[in-house]
Design a protein around this ligand. Structure first.
Ligand SMILES: [Zn+2]
Length: 196
């Protein structure tokens, strides 16, 4: 049977091959347009969601770097558990007192248990509580600065501890090549209120 049926390309003229190719392109283009429209619809629905759309709305502000913001999803180097926690945090779906009170409706006290003054939202816990600012935020800030200092030292081959978290930055590290200053007041021509 296969011997009786010639190969298809021999019977397709160049003209009809061209027409078929064009129609395939049209199909492909239409399919891509459909996909794009479908994606846009999903995105639009997501952004409009009052609770879970918050992160998407935040992420589309001008100050946010678009490709860097979503880079971690492409790299994929984060453990599943951590990724889930980040996504849950972005979706505002962690069981904070505010969430339990305003979204789930199973409590009537949305205030943060530490300060008892502001709503217990993630933003408040992460960066807005005056009680945590005195120590926790300062410790976090110092840890980041210390890690940065450790990285700079290693870049210039200055002896440091193997583990960054055991690194104790000195106020001044002076070498013939570079001087690294840590936690110093900077004198400028303009008077600026320090941000701590
Ligand atoms: Zn607070």
């Amino acid at each position: 049977m296969s011997r009786l049926l010639p190969e298809a390309p021999e019977y397709v003229s160049a003209e009809s091959r061209g027409t078929r190719g064009q129609s395939m392109n049209v199909v492909k283009e239409t399919r891509n347009q459909c996909k794009q429209r479908f994606r846009n619809e999903i995105k639009h629905k997501w952004i409009k969601n009052p609770l879970h759309g918050q992160y998407m709305r935040e992420a589309h502000r001008e100050q946010m770097h678009q490709s860097l913001t979503w880079n971690r999803l492409k790299i994929g180097g984060i453990k599943g558990k951590t990724e889930a926690l980040i996504t849950t945090r972005q979706d505002q779906a962690l069981a904070t007192k505010y969430y339990k009170s305003k979204i789930l409706g199973i409590s009537n006290d949305p205030k943060y248990r530490l300060c008892k003054k502001y709503n217990e939202t993630l933003q408040h816990i992460v960066s807005g509580c005056p009680i945590l600012a005195a120590k926790e935020y300062l410790d976090r800030h110092n840890s980041v600065a210390s890690h940065l200092h450790w990285k700079i030292c290693r870049h210039f081959n200055i002896p440091t501890h193997d583990k960054w978290y055991l690194h104790q930055p000195k106020p001044v590290v002076d070498t013939p090549e570079v001087t690294i200053i840590m936690n110093h007041r900077i004198i400028t021509s303009l008077r600026k209120k320090p941000k701590r």
